[in-house]
Write a protein that binds this ligand. Structure first.
Ligand SMILES: [Zn+2]
Length: 442
């Protein structure tokens, strides 16, 4: 393990789409093809100094090998033997406040409605200490596996709102040197009507959060969306909504959101999560909605593991539908398409481990993101970073050396094992990758 503050990572396989275009131009050699695999992985040497990436070369194409020697001894290099290197993960849609309640509050039949009821009944157990313990367990798990930024939705029932927000704020401060944490309030859109809407929006503005919620098709939808966008505009808040998480082709709130954004000439960022029903709508509706989504500058985040779990679930019947939105069509349209983990070990998803690699691996298999792999790895790294307003998260000269290093050399190797032996660099220094003990939740 390299512990110097100045060293080289050599023979690193990096997906071409994760190297910043500017850095890629700088090091591209005439014989790039020799170093580019069929899967678009480039073999690179990275110079790390004082926590930052200060040079990137194609392997073997540093100005000369003597040049490496002139900088420092080869003893201070770590030969990755073509192991894949990624920037740290960005998990842009989670529910840390619900996480890890499965044992005390399981979902008896795995359906969406039962999940709603179960989560409501779990509130009897929720207090500051319980929330802090479970949410921090999620942060520890995420950090140890290579995540650098997390956005969490937080349930906001009136009697629990301030406790949940205090836990979030305390954790955001306690983890500020390791994780970027973002906050979205999660409510029914009807709650924004009236004084409560002002209170919620003001609290989000004070905490640097954003407005979220779950729009449903109903006679007041347009009024509710107008109110939401007005509250956000007045405070310069971004929006992140749970959208059409069902199999009803008539559930087209995504279209209504896009129309509202255009009508308001909304300047903030908008992210819509799930959008499952898009994949059961007719082609005309899909085309119209995606045109509007693109025009409104909306980004989409798919939650494949949770969708696979909840959608098309009926007792004693085999599911026929994978539940995800039209990830390929959305991406082909030029709309930002991210993936994220969503719920972990709660009534909405009985499994999960806060692992960006697992999310990507599952998404590849559920959504056929492997023929070709193209630049899909951006969906859990650079694309969510952009949608969250962070730095680009490319592997680039000048960027912090926040990297995930695998022994797997190719995508098939990467996505076939859990890669528990990965190394994580944060600011160029290897961190402890031990996962928290489940006993901490007792
Ligand atoms: Zn969610």
């Amino acid at each position: 393990m390299v512990i110097s503050s100045h060293y080289w990572l050599i023979n690193a396989h990096i997906p071409q789409g994760l190297i910043s275009p500017a850095s890629f131009d700088r090091f591209t050699a005439p014989n790039l093809a020799q170093n580019l695999t069929k899967e678009g992985l480039v073999c690179c040497d990275l110079e790390i100094k004082a926590g930052k990436i200060v040079a990137i070369y194609e392997s073997g194409h540093a100005p000369t090998r003597d040049n490496y020697n002139s900088i420092l001894s080869w003893d201070l290099s770590w030969d990755l033997k073509r192991g894949i290197v990624l920037p740290c993960f960005v998990d842009m849609h989670t529910h840390l406040d619900k996480g890890h309640i499965w044992e005390r509050t399981p979902n008896p039949d795995g359906t969406f409605n039962s999940a709603l009821k179960a989560v409501a009944s779990d509130r009897q157990f929720t207090n500051y200490e319980d929330l802090y313990r479970r949410m921090e367990f999620g942060l520890k798990s995420s950090y140890a596996q290579g995540t650098r930024a997390i956005r969490t939705h937080i349930d906001c029932p009136g009697d629990q709102l301030e406790t949940s927000l205090k836990v979030f704020k305390d954790l955001q401060i306690a983890w500020s040197d390791r994780l970027i944490l973002q906050l979205v309030c999660l409510v029914n859109l009807e709650e924004y009507i009236g004084q409560r809407g002002e209170v919620l929006a003001d609290r989000m503005a004070e905490l640097g959060g954003m407005l979220g919620g779950v729009p449903f098709i109903n006679p007041n939808l347009e009024t509710q969306l107008d109110r939401l966008f007005s509250l956000a505009t007045a405070r310069n808040l971004d929006l992140d909504l749970h959208v059409d998480e069902n199999d009803d082709p008539n559930s087209q709130t995504l279209k209504a959101i896009a129309k509202t954004a255009l009508r308001h000439n909304f300047k903030g960022r908008i992210v819509c999560g799930h959008c499952c029903s898009l994949s059961v709508q007719n082609q005309t509706d899909v085309e119209e909605t995606l045109e509007l989504v693109k025009a409104a500058g909306i980004g989409i985040v798919s939650l494949p593991m949770c969708n696979l779990y909840l959608q098309d679930r009926q007792a004693l019947r085999t599911p026929r539908w994978r539940g995800i939105t039209l990830v390929h069509e959305i991406k082909q349209k030029g709309i930002p398409m991210a993936i994220a983990s969503d719920n972990v070990r709660d009534p909405f998803f009985g499994f999960g481990n806060h692992d960006g690699l697992e999310v990507f691996a599952m998404a590849v298999k559920i959504g056929h993101l492997d023929t070709p792999y193209s630049d899909w790895i951006r969906a859990i790294t650079t694309t969510p970073a952009k949608l969250m307003g962070l730095d680009s998260n490319y592997i680039s000269v000048g960027a912090s050396a926040d990297l995930v290093i695998f022994k797997a050399r190719y995508f098939s190797e990467l996505l076939s094992r859990p890669q528990c032996d990965r190394h994580i660099l944060r600011n160029g220094i290897a961190i402890d990758t031990t996962l928290p003990d489940y006993a901490e939740l007792d």
